[in-house]
Design a protein around this ligand. Structure first.
Ligand code: FES
Ligand code: MG
Length: 601
């Protein structure tokens, strides 16, 4: 549906006698002292006593945009429209800031801050007079952080994406966020472009406010939010500068008021069926390998059973329907015009692949939201029976190097498949010599070292870059081959690691290996020169080292010293779990819903 034309819902009209939790702050005759203190300080800005004691819902707006967070900066300008919508529906808007998580700005990695923003959102929603919340989303980790927090507190909540940037262009060709970086890095190493052209090429991919215009982690996670049912229909793909984005902000503000009256909460929406829908949509859009840990984290905070292996069992056979970089050719504007996420889901629904009874933030089921919706440009969003490729989901590998690691097969190029996976009689099987790096610094120092004897048959490994090791898990597994190989036209070698890779990368890496090396995962025992065997048919990867030798290495292994730069890094490292389990603060997963048995005002 057009923004502003959301279908009417079957919500009940319970406005007359609804008692909101914010009244415990603003209108509590049993505690006049506290009530007066709350009232006077909110009254001295724009709110009146009549409003605050009028029984209207207070709607928090979690603002993830700021000067430090340009991917989400559009929300600073959308605030007026969200607030207008909330007021039009009879709610009281209260905007508050969220700890910034800028993927391209935060050192050592933005992933470290997902759980910090999560924690602080939980604290705000729990501790302030908020009855419902608009979660502004966009850049990679902002979306899961907001959904994780909403799942924990379980107040009525709806996500509003800021939308992707306009399409980037360079010399008449689409220049996609991130994807152009990987390509330009290769051209620079091959000596085909210089430093200045490198800068111009990459900057051309960011022509406006908004998040990455490729199907990177930002577009993926916002598609996930919509597939989970946590947004209005059609909300996630609208480019940031479009008029429809402003209309959607207004509509979302209006709608959250209704959700608070009907007490429609994340726990009503985030069901196992919703997560299965999201996994299927991820395959069809060619989504990021960052989606599994983020979805896992949301599921755990929502108390829904999900396992990393679900990504292969439920997701692997899903065909790629969306022709968008890095797996395809188009960018966000085309995706939006072709119908965005509802069109993809409509095609999947027609093919009988989705749970249509899953409840959504609209108050209707996914089936009702999507009725009659289909692709309006079948070059950009393909029909189910005419996909860009079959089996576009993830492989979940295991073996003696890790209990689980992911491989995004939709980005395996024909050239790569020919070179590595097509030995006659051995299709999908590959054996090679391992070259091991201890982290991104070690990789940069040594990748061009001829002594490593890296050839076109090598597999590159990087370890100590997971949640505990890095800390936060770094997007560094998509390592580029040495310059000498690039000059021969070898653009990709198989790469493996306990970190992640950018959702905008087209590298067919094996990543998110869990458990990571620094906590004693098998990757810690690998040595340069070992033979390693990848078997995609059996979903396995193993070091071909004999049992006794492997055990001897394990006995000799000592956990490396871990040094943190900030207090948060240390707290994070003490409490974080592995990527396969979502990289959550483990102690936080015990908290679900607001505890009413522990009053303390
Ligand atoms: Fe922020 Fe891609 S870097 S959305
Ligand atoms: Mg990234």
């Amino acid at each position: 549906p057009e923004a502003g034309q959301q279908p009417e819902t079957a919500m009940s009209d319970t406005r007359a006698n609804k008692q909101f939790r914010s009244q415990e702050w603003f209108d509590n005759p049993n505690n006049p002292g506290m009530t007066a203190l709350y009232l006077e300080r909110y009254q001295n800005q724009e709110y009146t006593r009549e409003e605050l004691q009028g029984g209207k819902p207070v709607i928090g707006i979690a603002n993830t945009g700021s000067d430090l967070a340009p991917c989400n900066k559009i929300h600073v300008f959308l605030m007026d429209r969200i607030k207008a919508g909330i007021r039009a529906a009879g709610g009281i808007p209260m905007e508050f800031p969220v700890h910034p998580i800028q993927e391209t700005g935060k050192r050592p990695t933005a992933a470290l801050d997902r759980n910090l923003a999560y924690l602080s959102l939980v604290e705000v929603l729990h501790g302030y007079p908020i009855d419902g919340v608009v979660l502004t989303t966009g850049c990679d980790k902002t979306t899961p952080a907001m959904l994780m927090g909403a799942a924990t507190v379980d107040l009525p909540a709806i996500a509003l994406n800021g939308g992707p940037m306009l399409d980037g262009w360079w010399k008449g060709e689409r220049a996609g966020s991130g994807t152009i970086v990987w390509e330009s890095r290769r051209l620079l190493a091959e000596g085909k472009i210089d430093y200045e052209e490198f800068m111009s090429r990459v900057c051309s991919s960011a022509p406006s406010l908004g998040h990455c215009n490729t199907m990177g982690t930002a577009s993926t996670m916002n598609a996930m939010a919509e597939a989970l049912g946590m947004t209005l229909t059609g909300s996630s793909a609208i480019p940031a500068p479009f008029r429809e984005r402003m209309a959607m902000a207004y509509e979302t503000g209006k709608h959250i008021v209704r959700m608070t009256y009907d007490d429609l909460k994340p726990s009503d929406i985030l069901s196992r069926a919703a997560f299965e829908n999201a996994i299927i949509v991820n395959g069809a859009i060619g989504g990021s390998t960052n989606a599994p840990p983020h979805l896992q984290a949301i599921a755990r905070h929502a108390g829904v059973a999900l396992d990393v292996t679900d990504w292969e069992t439920i997701g692997f056979d899903v065909p790629l329907l969306v022709n968008m970089q890095p797996a395809g050719e188009y960018l966000g504007e085309s995706f939006f015009r072709a119908g965005g996420v509802p069109a993809v889901m409509g095609e999947l629904l027609k093919a009988g692949k989705l749970h249509e009874a899953a409840m959504t933030a609209t108050g209707n089921t996914m089936g009702v939201n999507l009725a009659g919706v289909e692709s309006v440009d079948t070059d950009v969003i393909r029909p189910y029976d005419r996909p860009l490729r079959e089996q576009a989901g993830f492989k979940v590998l295991s073996g003696n190097l890790f209990d689980s690691a992911l491989m995004k097969t939709s980005v395996i190029s024909e050239d790569f498949r020919q070179r590595f996976l097509s030995e006659p009689g051995q299709e999908g099987i590959y054996e090679a010599r391992a070259v091991v790096f201890e982290g991104p610094e070690d990789y940069h120092d040594r990748i061009n070292d001829a002594g490593l004897e890296i050839d076109e048959r090598s597999i590159l490994f990087v370890r100590n870059v997971g949640c505990v090791g890095y800390p936060g898990s770094a997007e560094v597994v998509n390592m580029q081959p040495p310059d000498a190989l690039l000059k021969q036209g070898i653009n990709h070698l198989p790469t493996v690691g306990d970190g992640r890779q950018s959702g905008t990368s087209e590298s067919p890496s094996i990543l998110n290996a869990s458990p990571e090396a620094v906590v004693g995962g098998g990757l810690a025992l690998l040595q340069t020169g070992d033979r390693v065997r990848l078997d995609l048919n059996a979903s396995r990867m193993d070091a071909l080292v004999d049992e006794a030798e492997w055990q001897a290495r394990r006995d000799a292994w000592e956990a490396p010293e871990i040094r943190s730069q900030t207090p948060w890094q240390e707290i994070y490292r003490r409490h974080v779990g592995q990527l396969a389990e979502g990289g959550c603060l483990e102690l936080a997963t015990a908290y679900q819903r607001i505890r009413k048995d522990l009053p303390r005002d």
